[in-house]
Write a protein that binds this ligand. Structure first.
Ligand SMILES: [Zn+2]
Length: 1055
């Protein structure tokens, strides 16, 4: 696949950000023929026309009705559309009407989608692994039968009407014309069902094994690819002969190395048998959400006055922060269902009560979306090995705790409502070793679990772990001293790299030329091969550059020991990053894998060379921020090529100068990589930065990794996805291509309600992540979340999750900053808070009172919005470096919610008087829990010491009159004047105060996958300004104080 294949869809000739930010509804106004308008989701990011910065001239434009348009017509262009409509649009982008459009209707989701030209699917899909398909793979990948329909889902309606799918990204799973085959169903029951304890190493299906199955990914990651609509009660899959007596079943399970007792159900960290030893109360057969009504009605919000709806006058109640962390709301579900619902750290929704209709959602003026942390490190993860992974025959949803069992033999899908047969194997419960209790199976008891996928989930043998390290060795790079750290860290962690006996590794270095390293077994030392023709990169010895780590470990270690010296005296200043990346892509195309790029300057040679676009003199004065979008589409196109070959690129940017992260970051963004940024990195001058880099590297090298992954998000009929946020490539409407997946990546998804959910008590969302583990297993991690459907605005407000809303808005605002402008994004965020509070005031409150009124659950909303406006990504008026700003934007988009919230609204604690009162006990350590303070200078007292946790940075501010006890017992310093201007660590003193403080800081650090630098600050410290910039409630030269902001909002709300 060449990069040009992507150009039509991704707008290579147009706005270079087409796949990402331009999914932002505001940026796209698909006017193409056949485009179907449908009811417009409320989009808080929608600009309201020019919004004056100051209070008083607020224009509430977008919510004023505009004349309805006919459903097949392009929506009228809108004033906020700042760029011409793009060419072929991405399929999942909905129309962006500036107002709810009562005239437009979408066809029902089950309507037959418009016919799809077979031409649309003529390309081999991107993820078909470069022709290494095992024998017996579907022969007709190139020319699928026209019967192969896109999924019969709401998204299908506009998906098929968009020409944008005429690209390889249409998943090949679309091609299948045959119904799913349930494997092994007629064979003796093998591989047994067991939980955890599964240690198959390097499982390599031989051709003809998994390959006999029609397209394997279809089974997993596609929706209904049936040749036609299913009859309502199609006979179930071939199952074991019915009437096969129960005693014949257990032997299948006896194939396990250990009998399926509770002992086989160990969890990695928590080997107790929970939750299985205590079967969850499960109201069989009527526990499914479809039968919720009696219990749910008992929980009606109207019957109580929930705390969430308590009216708060924000102008009066100043101290709104809870004592500890802000906790997400609990969905209003019957307790037995809520108990097994997906954990909010993994999967949560901005609204924990889903509005029945889009128009109701529009009235609430709150964004609807999901936040996911799908590959999070979990201390407890049930792992299931089963010969049959039970999925809905129609929509391919995995059986989950929220399905309904009509009886022992039939279950009803909670996403599409099809009734499915319970396969015979599923009748046996390996946990209780009993028969006839399908609802007690682990799949139905856990909202998060992982399957070991059988061979039909593979298209080729699972790839080995492949790591390629690409290092800038120009003079500038060597000068920073970073090479020592990287090589040392690799040497230290070489045995901890995730992988198995097949793991491969390779190295490329570059300056004005590209250097390869022959590490073939048998050589006495690594052999360096220099390619000077950077215009036409080739691999000098293709077979010996990527070697088996175990077999060639000594050569690899030799290389790592000598690399830092090899370039020690280089005078080469040029840097050919683009050609080096092309070489990396070539080297990894055949296998897929992970590229780790270390870069220290603006690339200056060959393809992808960049020029400085930042003018520091204009930072503060410019009316709007320029150059947030990439200068070239080279990095994006290459990333898409990488994505197609299952290669992800992680970028480590260590630099003291502008590097154009907006351009370089595309290489990671579209290949599902990560970006790390260490401004002002220098081995001597920035020891704190070096420590941070070392710690991050260790985590990076040793954390879990999934290869050749895809993630699909399914939701109940009536709901649809319209925008994704994060690092990935969107392969089809609900499928993300993730060449690598890591445990620290977060995703956000905007949703819309396409069909009224009138008859539904609840809806469900399911995220399925199929990946190859570093040990070569295909695994599927499945998360399912169930939420109630409500039909009143007050219920919607009562379920609002202010943190999730804030994070989703932040992602949307990043897109908007790039596609429109930063000022547009800022206005849109402000408007989001105004609109929702206006809606609350006018539609929910029955008694009008003076003041700025918010429901308790949204009381922090204006504060968080103000915090976003002052966040590095979005702030104005201060001298924020462009790369710093762009990096903050990257973080807002791909970090999980917990870390994003700290970036937006840091936590401030007083720490000079820490006590053990209310302390946590974590593995026999006592962790003090000081209360969270408001972010205002008023809260800092000069006789104290305050710790501010801003996510990736922790500040410890020492007051001028700080308690001498703290100075001596914690800092080991005689007095205030002795506090160094650059102090980055706490001494290990044998005092109770020191232990408490270090325990607290250590505990904060442990909870995130990156290493926050600690800065001890006093009045004279250069970083004092950064610390004070986080005092969100205070006024700054260019931004309102919290109170002023509230007054501004009140003025708008009361209009
Ligand atoms: Zn279904």
């Amino acid at each position: 696949m060449s990069s040009t294949d992507f150009s039509s869809q991704n707008g290579a000739g147009g706005p270079p950000y087409a796949n990402g930010p331009s999914q932002n509804p505001v940026a796209l106004q698909p006017p193409g023929p056949g485009y179907m308008a449908h009811q417009t989701p409320y989009n808080p990011m929608q600009a309201k026309g020019p919004m004056p910065p100051g209070p008083g001239i607020y224009n509430s434009g977008p919510y004023q009705p505009i004349p309805p348009v006919s459903s097949n017509q392009a929506l009228p262009s809108q004033p906020m559309l700042k760029r011409p409509p793009m060419g072929p649009q991405h399929s999942m982008t909905p129309p962006q009407s500036a107002s709810p459009n009562p005239g437009s209707r979408i066809p029902p989701a089950h309507a037959t989608p418009p016919p799809v030209s077979a031409n649309n699917y003529q390309h081999a899909p991107a993820w078909q692994y470069g022709g290494t398909l095992p024998m017996g793979a579907p022969p007709s990948m190139g020319a699928p039968p026209p019967m192969a329909m896109p999924p019969l889902r709401p998204v299908g309606n506009h998906m098929t009407s968009s020409p944008s799918l005429a690209t390889p990204q249409a998943s090949s799973a679309e091609y299948r014309a045959t119904p799913p085959v349930f494997h092994n169903a007629m064979q003796p029951l093998g591989p047994p069902t067991s939980l955890q304890g599964y240690t198959q190493q390097g499982h390599m299906p031989t051709p003809g094994n998994g390959a006999q199955v029609p397209n394997s990914f279809d089974h997993l990651e596609m929706g209904p690819k049936m040749a036609g609509p299913l009859p309502p009660q199609q006979p179930g899959p071939p199952t074991r002969q019915m009437g096969l007596s129960y005693p014949s079943l257990p032997p299948g399970y006896q194939n396990t190395s250990a009998p399926p007792t509770a002992a086989t159900m160990q969890h990695p960290v928590q080997p107790s048998t929970q939750p299985y030893s205590h079967p969850q109360p499960y109201q069989q057969p009527s526990a499914g959400p479809a039968q919720l009504s009696p219990s749910l009605s008992g929980l009606s919000l109207q019957s109580q006055t929930p705390e969430a709806l308590r009216v708060v006058n924000l102008l009066q109640e100043r101290n709104l922060l809870p004592l500890g962390p802000v906790t997400p709301p609990t969905p209003c579900l019957p307790q037995d269902l809520q108990k097994i619902n997906c954990h909010p750290e993994v999967f949560r929704s901005t609204l924990t009560s889903i509005p029945q209709t889009q128009s109701l959602l529009n009235k609430a003026k709150l964004p609807l979306g999901l936040l996911l942390h799908p590959f999070k490190d979990l201390s407890q993860l049930p792992v299931v090995t089963s010969s049959t992974i039970v999925r809905c025959r129609s929509c391919r949803t995995y059986i989950n705790p929220f399905v309904t069992f009509l009886d022992q033999r039939r279950w009803k899908c909670n996403l599409c409502y099809r009734v499915n047969d319970v396969p015979e194997e599923f009748m046996y419960n390996p946990v209780s070793r009993s028969y006839g209790e399908p609802h007690k199976r682990p799949e139905v008891q856990n909202a998060t679990l992982e399957f070991i996928a059988p061979s039909e989930y593979m298209l080729r043998p699972p790839q080995p772990a492949v790591y390629l390290i690409v290092l800038d060795v120009s003079h500038n790079a060597v000068e920073t001293g970073y090479l020592d750290v990287v090589c040392q860290s690799l040497l230290e962690n070489i045995n901890a790299l995730p992988g198995d006996s097949r793991t491969k590794i390779g190295f490329i270095t570059f300056d004005s030329t590209i250097h390869f390293y022959n590490l073939q077994e048998g050589l006495s030392q690594p052999q360096m091969l220099i390619v000077t023709d950077i215009e036409d990169i080739f691999l000098p010895t293709p077979d010996s550059l990527l070697v088996n780590l175990n077999e060639c470990k000594e050569l690899v270690q030799d290389l790592l020991r000598s690399l830092p010296q090899m370039f020690g005296k280089t005078m080469e200043t040029q840097c050919a990053l683009g050609p080096a990346l092309q070489a990396a892509f070539k080297l990894l195309s055949a296998t897929g894998g992970r590229v780790s790029v270390f870069q220290t300057q603006l690339p200056s040679l060959g393809v992808g060379a960049l020029k400085s676009r930042e003018d520091p003199n204009q930072r503060a004065s410019a009316k709007d921020i320029q150059h947030l979008s990439p200068a070239t589409d080279f990095y994006k196109k290459l990333a898409l090529d990488c994505s197609g070959q299952q290669v992800a690129v992680d970028l480590f940017l260590l630099s003291s100068q502008y590097c154009d992260l907006a351009s370089l970051g595309c290489i990671s963004r579209y290949s599902a990589g990560s970006v790390y940024y260490y401004p002002s990195y220098h081995q001597q001058h920035n020891p704190a930065g070096v420590e941070c880099f070392q710690k991050d590297l260790k985590r990076y090298l040793t954390r879990k990794i999934g290869f050749e992954a895809v993630m699909r998000i399914r939701c109940s009929k009536g709901l649809s996805i319209h925008t994704f946020h994060g690092n990935f490539f969107v392969r089809s409407t609900d499928l993300l291509s993730l060449p690598n997946v890591n445990p620290d990546a977060g995703f956000a998804v905007q949703m819309s309600i396409e069909e009224n959910l009138v008859d539904m008590q609840s809806v469900s969302f399911q995220a399925a992540l199929l990946y190859t583990s570093s040990k070569g297993e295909r695994r599927i991690r499945v998360h399912t979340m169930c939420l109630p459907v409500v039909n009143s605005l007050s219920d919607i407000f009562a379920g609002a999750d202010v943190q999730a809303i804030t994070c989703l808005l932040a992602s949307m605002a990043v897109d908007r900053s790039v596609t429109a402008s930063l000022s547009d994004a800022r206005d849109a965020m402000t408007n989001a808070s105004i609109d929702s509070l206006t809606s609350f005031r006018t539609s929910v409150l029955t008694i009008q009172q003076p003041g700025l009124l918010a429901p308790a659950c949204l009381r922090l909303f204006p504060l968080y919005i103000l915090a976003l406006l002052k966040q590095k990504a979005f702030r104005t008026g201060t001298s924020t470096r462009l790369d710093d700003r762009v990096f903050a934007m990257c973080q807002l988009k791909y970090q999980p919610l917990a870390y994003v919230m700290l970036m937006i609204h840091p936590a401030l604690y007083r720490v000079d008087d820490l006590t053990d009162e209310g302390a946590l006990n974590v593995s026999e350590r006592t962790i003090p829990q000081p209360r969270v303070q408001q972010l205002s200078v008023e809260k800092l007292s000069r006789d104290g010491a305050f710790l501010m946790d801003a996510g990736s940075v922790i500040y410890l501010w020492i007051g001028r009159n700080c308690n001498p006890n703290f100075l001596t017992q914690v800092l080991g310093l005689p007095n205030y004047a002795a506090v160094p201007l650059n102090m980055n660590m706490l001494p290990e003193l044998d005092t109770a105060e020191s232990q408490r403080t270090r325990a607290f800081v250590g505990w904060l650090r442990e909870q995130r996958p990156f290493f926050p630098i600690l800065h001890v600050i006093r009045d004279e410290s250069p970083l004092k300004a950064s610390f004070l910039q986080n005092m969100i409630e205070d006024r700054t030269e260019s931004a309102l104080s919290y109170y002023e902001f509230l007054l501004h909002i009140q003025q708008q709300v009361s209009k």
